[in-house]
Write a new protein. Structure first.
Length: 385
């Protein structure tokens, strides 16, 4: 009886162990099925990805590639690339930027970077590389994964946009130059033809007045009025010529023109003092830029006279680090620049929008600093060439 009881206990013990073993096997089977499902999903995702994907070991040897990678890099079979080092995907000159694949696929930052890659036949193209580490269940880094996107078309489109902008800028510059040439011709015609004709008429009338003054007081008064009108017309003609293109700009250059412009301004606005600093040689300033500098200066001075309530203006033109730099500062009341954009009507009223546009068309940069009660400073800079 004792032997039967002992045997029964042993059988129950073995049965319990068997049940536990079966339970563990079922759990392992469920875990295996889950892992297989995850691997299947991951495989399908990598297989159908439009990005080229590789997985390498820590030495940089390629252990996995997806179909998109073959298409992007121009390989027909996986066997042509598996086992090679990921550095072989880049031209020799590009590989010199990094010691090995560890710096191509950064294990710390995981950022997206652009590189020049080369296809199987040696064709070079632009790629965007995104990378991350491959870790095991314990978090140890066992390899690296990188995805590649061919951005050749994007680069070409970006270059086309930049080329278009450059062409537009060149065309705009030529248009402005043509416009200034037309202004120059009109100003010359007004000065040489209309101005001289009016001057001749004025002298003739004055001579006629001298001759006829003893004969008719009425004629004298009438002719005096005509002479006054002709004199005003001559003055207005000179003003129009100066606004179109001051003759002094072509005769003596931009430095003399700035001096003349500031002197004329101070004669009209005696309460505003101008301090000039012209630290540049005339020959340094490109010829097409001279009329732009004059226009910006006159526009800025007009704004100061109309809006700033300033008593002091500092005008500077100098060469600085290979650039021609124009600076106009006043001690006026300033304004809140944050509340006004260049596109708003108010800014156009100040003329700042047109000033910025003129500066940038000729390859310059336009900067304005102002705040209420602190005056206004305008700085424009152009390359000397």
């Amino acid at each position: 009886m004792r032997d039967q009881g002992k045997t029964k206990k042993q059988l129950l013990s073995e049965l319990s162990k068997l049940r536990k073993r079966l339970s563990r096997m079922k759990a392992l089977e469920a875990e295996r099925s889950r892992v297989e499902e995850e691997l299947s999903i991951a495989h399908d995702a990598l297989h159908s990805s439009v990005s080229g994907v590789i997985i390498t070991n820590l030495e940089g040897q390629i252990k996995y590639i997806n179909p998109a990678f073959l298409e992007i890099f121009g390989y027909k079979e996986k066997s042509e690339i598996l086992g090679k080092n990921a550095a072989d995907l880049f031209p020799t000159g590009e590989v010199k930027k990094f010691a090995d694949v560890k710096t191509i696929i950064d294990e710390t930052r995981g950022e997206t970077e652009e590189f020049i890659a080369q296809q199987e036949d040696g064709t070079k193209f632009h790629v965007e590389v995104s990378s991350s580490n491959v870790t095991d269940n314990e978090g140890n880094i066992v390899g690296r994964m990188a995805s590649f996107i061919d951005i050749t078309e994007r680069k070409q489109a970006s270059k086309a946009v930049q080329d278009s902008k450059k062409q537009i800028r060149v065309l705009s510059t030529r248009l402005l130059e043509a416009e200034e040439n037309e202004r120059k011709l009109i100003a010359q015609d007004l000065h040489d033809i209309l101005g001289s004709s009016l001057t001749s008429i004025k002298y003739s009338l004055e001579k006629y007045i001298v001759v006829k003054s003893k004969n008719s007081l009425t004629h004298l008064t009438l002719l005096d009025q005509i002479v006054a009108m002709v004199r005003d017309t001559i003055k207005e003609t000179k003003r129009i010529c100066s606004n179109l293109r001051p003759p002094i700009l072509d005769d003596l250059g931009i430095l003399a023109t700035i001096n003349w412009c500031c002197r004329e301004f101070q004669e009209i606005y005696a309460g505003i003092r101008i301090v000039k600093s012209l630290e540049i040689e005339e020959e340094t300033i490109p010829e097409p830029l001279k009329i732009v500098i004059y226009k910006l200066l006159t526009e800025a001075l007009n704004n100061i006279a109309k809006h700033s309530s300033a008593s002091l203006v500092r005008v500077s033109l100098k060469k600085m680090e290979g650039n021609v730099e124009l600076s106009i500062k006043d001690n006026g009341r300033g304004f809140d620049l944050k509340r006004i954009s260049y596109e708003k009507i108010g800014m156009k009223g100040f003329g700042l929008h047109n000033m910025k546009e003129r500066a940038e068309i000729f390859g310059g940069s336009f900067e304005i600093r102002t705040s209420k009660g602190e005056g206004t400073a305008i700085r424009v800079s152009w390359p000397c060439n």
